[in-house]
Design a protein around this ligand. Sequence first.
Ligand SMILES: Cc1cc2nc3c(=O)[nH]c(=O)nc-3n(C[C@H](O)[C@H](O)[C@H](O)COP(=O)(O)O)c2cc1C
Length: 370
Amino acid sequence: MVMDTAIVYGMKTGEGVGNERLSPWLTTTPIEGPVALQLGGGGREDTTYQSVDEKSIDILKQSVKLALDYSTKWNEINLNMGCPSSKAVKRSFGSSLMRMSSGEHTRRAVSECVRIAGARTPITVKCRLGVSCGGGGPDSDSRLGYDALTSFVRGVRDGGVRKVILHSRVCMMSGLSTGENRNVPPLMYDVVSRVKRDFGDIEIVLNGGVRSLEEGEGLLGRRNGVDFSEKFNDGKDSIWGEMDSSPPLVDGVMIGRWAYNDPCGLWDADSRFYGKSDRNPTLREILTEYVSKASEAGKKKKNERSDRGRENGTRRSEATIFCTLIASLLVCSLSMTVIALVANSLHQQQVLRRCRRCNPGERADINTSD
Ligand SMILES: Cc1cc2nc3c(=O)[nH]c(=O)nc-3n(C[C@H](O)[C@H](O)[C@H](O)COP(=O)(O)O)c2cc1C
């Protein structure tokens, strides 16, 4: 995830010239792809700002434009509306955008991004099944239950989004850490599947707790008999409505932690899901390619860092020359003042002496300024 402000303010104040300023956030390597850029932002930043909605939406919109101008390689730009971190809560982006679902804010944020991206790059949304704020007071307005979820999905769909990735848990905005928020709230695959049935015109991708390709196949309707009962709400909590126990069906599956905990588990994903008929690679081939790609990407990042370092060095020497110049000027003007004062005082004494010679009775404190 990249913050919209990092892109927009980085462009104005960051290092480098023009687009180069965006490279720390938007650089990818040729081996990456397909690639989605995820943006965090669009929340109400400053509650004292009068037209606050316009300001935050404008920054998000600008970041989409800059990202698209920077590169044509994004397969999609995803808006983060599910992040539970304290930073997200404080800056009211991520899951906070789900909390605003009843308002116009989120729909407008999304539709502005869709408008800027045009047909070129799809804008997608990643969110949770709801948000629970806990506590009391005006900030604690949770959005929980099937009606709140569908109202949110309807809002982003009406804003022009054609793909929603649902992390199939609610987000607890207080009381749980970011890590706990990925494990503690129960998974509810049946809720995601029902959203798919109710929103047949958009792509619904399920995320959360997928631990095998067989589960992925089950969720895509390519395999029967996969047991998801442990990941069902199953009508236990009535706010999620009447669920049925039929296998969940969605358009896509997003795998997070399992992919990095067990990368070799994906060894035959291309042939299973994308119909690639090639021989599946061996473990040795996978690891050899992984090492070579990682070192290629590492080298590129290192070169970029040293380029930036060189640029910083040049800027530092320019700043040193400037400071030395200012300091010399100050010393010069100080010396001139001292010389002028001394000369003035010598001149006064001379004038006094001359006066005393001409008018011996005159007072010693005679004004000599003329
Ligand atoms: C280290 C780490 C970083 C993550 N960063 C992001 C992020 O930047 N944006 C996001 O939408 N989700 C992020 N997630 C959440 C995952 O995308 C995913 O929603 C979550 O882990 C549940 O899926 P899983 O059970 O397949 O891991 C992150 C997860 C982990 C473990």
